[in-house]
Write a protein that binds this ligand. Structure first.
Ligand SMILES: [Zn+2]
Length: 263
């Protein structure tokens, strides 16, 4: 088996056989990668520690023929303690992001830009002021969906292409967002029985600016908890329809978030 090297973040780890586990990483050069940590649950394991919420340098062996692999060495490069201000909120945001990645990333397809965005996201979640976390998370979430090929169309009607400004004239207030079609739908293109989320123009403006801004810029976006939750609801509903993965664990994130005192 050839020896390979990647930088990666742990997405999940499940016990396997008596002393081992299967660890799924999001890596810089190999995308999502599930490999065996042989004897990793044994106290005698001499391999470097597999730290969660950390950038790790992983040396591993992988068979090109069978696709199975196992971990050789692990070297921690950077850790995110997520403990600043003693809030559970940071951990909740970071966990939700990794859950969504684990659900949506295809196996062994390199996503280098998304990997680096994820590292940047974790740095922000680790140190940004509490009040900025929700906006940073939403910006990351919407970008992650776009990388996965689910880019919500917020600029105009997904069917006829009329611009948002024009569509807004049809309605006095809310616009219709179809999670199934993946964007706004003008009045003329709406069909009876289709499900729409009603989106206020100011919600759209915020989503649009989060979609187009960097994570640093997103940290400066003023967002109330209530508005943030509404936007999160729109994005999670959109993700559920688009990805067809059924009940995503990350949807429970909404509930967790509501229980966590963030503000
Ligand atoms: Zn239309």
């Amino acid at each position: 088996m050839p020896q390979l090297k990647s930088e990666g973040i742990i997405l999940r780890s499940v016990n396997w056989k008596e002393h081992s586990r299967i660890v799924t990483f999001f890596t810089d050069n190999a995308g999502k990668l599930a490999i065996v940590d042989r004897g990793g649950r044994s106290i005698k394991s001499k391999r470097g520690r597999l730290l969660s919420f950390s950038r790790l340098e992983i040396t591993y062996f992988k068979s090109e023929r069978t696709g199975t692999g196992y971990i050789g060495e692990v070297e921690p490069l950077e850790s995110f303690s997520l403990e600043r201000d003693g809030s559970l909120g940071r951990l909740t945001f970071a966990s939700a992001a990794l859950e969504i990645l684990n659900d949506l990333l295809p196996e062994s397809e390199p996503q280098e830009d998304l990997y680096h965005l994820t590292v940047t996201f974790l740095r922000h979640i680790d140190i940004d002021p509490k009040g900025a976390l929700l906006a940073v998370f939403l910006a990351y979430f919407i970008k992650l969906l776009s990388y996965m090929g689910y880019r919500p169309n917020l600029a105009g009607c997904v069917t006829c292409g009329r611009e948002r400004g024009e569509i807004a004239g049809d309605h006095q207030a809310a616009l219709a967002f179809s999670p199934e079609r993946g964007g706004l739908v003008c009045h003329a293109c709406q069909t009876a029985g289709e499900y729409y989320i009603r989106v206020q123009p100011d919600q759209l403006d915020t989503l649009y600016s989060l979609q187009t801004s960097s994570l640093s810029e997103a940290a400066g976006v003023q967002l109330t908890m209530r508005k943030g939750e509404e936007l999160l609801e729109i994005l999670t509903t959109f993700m559920k329809y688009q990805t067809g993965t059924g009940e995503l664990k990350s949807l429970k994130f909404l509930e967790k978030l509501k229980r966590t005192q963030l503000t």
